[in-house]
Design a protein around this ligand. Structure first.
Ligand code: DAH
Length: 428
């Protein structure tokens, strides 16, 4: 059964930063813009395969492969990520992510007819200003580091959250909107983390006539409306579940909350939200207003609603997966077609100062793609000379077929070679 505890919880909340430390699996704690991370990424370019040029159209913007994947120290977008740009799983009505998106639309359309404008085709290549500055992400926030975010160049990123569109849409005059899109984050590898996933952002702006009649101050008015609306959404998706509100922190909202539901025997985070920081409204032409905002991860919810046990399955083109879902069928339970055996390979090496787990995982994904199921640190020690050794266990498993020993040995051989060369670590 799919029990999703961590599928891309919000990186912007303080609490989730602590989740990341747990079990020392997610080392998102490299220094923002640390020169070492940049240096190791730049040296990595040498191994890139020559790339054929291809053209994409994203939200009306034409993008060539060499616009996004470039041999340049300010760029850390690998080919594997470029190949996902433009797939827009959330726009497929027969795909669990599309079905979930439409299910959420249905809730808003029924309860707030003709109120919310929906965007699901905004270009994922955005400026650093849109992705971070416009939503008040502090200059030293870890999410800005090259270790956590895909940079196209020093001023351009692949959006790491759909909040990147809040400010521009407010400026364009929108006051009620939902933005769905693919988002990109460098991360470690396990069944709930994938470097591309999907989010939905919601914003609702109120004007003085809305709160004046209520007798509430504007912030309390927005917070009450937010809670009522999102409890309704959670019930629409999950039925009559128990819910609780947790105080949270996000740079763009104050107060901020996370909504949790009690589902399949445990408390699960459904979304992050809050009352939009006044500064965002003010800077974007809405001085006399108050607003709420929400952000939710579609994979995280779809994994529990459809019983999808591994996040890689969303990308599967295997008919045995795709044929199980159809338009409008929310929450149909996925029946695993077969469980192929995993194969584990361990590798140990002496790390250097610039080593990060995200860089390691990027190298491994570059070679094994979706055949790698999990990379976990199983041993970690520092010797008397101060040298630190890590041992990682790589689980290889296809969701579609049995892998041969030969194939896995070949992958592991390439992994060892590239990890050594690209990350400048010393294999033991
Ligand atoms: N952007 C946040 C993330 O990706 C999610 C989020 C939280 C969006 C709170 C919001 C919000 O609009 O109010 O981690």
């Amino acid at each position: 059964m799919a029990v999703v505890s961590s599928a891309h919880s919000t990186i912007f909340s303080k609490t989730s930063l602590f989740h990341h430390i747990n079990g020392f699996k997610r080392f998102s704690f490299c220094l923002p813009f640390s020169s070492s991370a940049v240096a190791s990424l730049s040296s990595k370019k040498k191994w890139r395969q020559p790339v054929a040029s291809s053209m994409l159209e994203l939200g009306g913007i034409k993008i060539a492969k060499d616009d996004v994947v470039r041999d340049d120290p300010t760029n850390n977008v690998p080919d594997t990520i470029f190949s996902k740009l433009g797939l827009q799983l959330h726009r497929r009505n027969n795909h669990p992510l599309g079905i979930l998106k439409n299910g959420i639309y249905e809730y808003f359309d029924t309860n707030f007819p003709n109120m919310f404008h929906k965007f699901d085709d905004l270009c994922p290549v955005v400026s650093v200003k849109q992705n971070f500055d416009d939503v008040l992400v502090p200059a030293d926030h870890v999410s800005r580091s090259y270790n956590d975010t895909y940079y196209v160049d020093s001023q351009t990123v692949l959006r790491c959250h759909t909040s990147a569109h809040q400010a521009e849409l407010l400026r364009r005059g929108h006051t009620h909107f939902l933005v769905t899109g693919d988002v990109y984050r460098r991360d470690s590898i396990d069944s709930t983390h994938y470097p591309v996933f999907h989010q939905m952002e919601g914003v609702r702006v109120f004007t003085p006539d809305n709160w004046e009649a209520s007798g509430l101050d504007p912030t309390s008015y927005a917070a009450e409306d937010l809670k009522k609306s999102l409890e309704g959404l959670a019930r629409h998706l999950f039925g009559a579940v128990e819910m609780r509100w947790i105080d949270a922190y996000f740079p763009f909202t104050n107060p901020s909350y996370e909504l949790e539901i009690y589902f399949q025997g445990k408390w699960m985070e459904v979304l992050g939200c809050g009352v939009m920081e006044q500064e965002i409204l003010k800077s974007n032409g809405r001085s006399n207003s108050v607003a709420w905002a929400l952000g939710l991860g579609l994979e995280r919810l779809a994994m529990v609603l459809f019983d999808i046990p591994d996040i890689r399955l969303f990308w599967s083109t295997d008919e045995r997966f795709t044929s199980q879902f159809s338009e409008g069928q929310m929450g149909v339970k996925f029946k695993p077609f077969s469980k192929y055996p995993p194969c584990y390979k361990d590798m140990s090496f002496w790390i250097n100062d610039s080593f990060t787990e995200n860089n390691l995982c990027e190298v491994i994904r570059g070679i094994a793609g979706d055949l790698v199921e999990e990379v976990s640190l199983i041993d970690n020690f520092t010797n008397k000379k101060g040298m630190t050794s890590h041992c990682y266990r790589i689980a290889y498993r296809s969701m579609e077929r049995s892998l041969t020993d030969e194939e896995i040995n070949d992958l592991q051989w390439q992994v060892r070679e590239q990890v050594q060369n690209k990350l400048n670590v010393v294999l033991r």
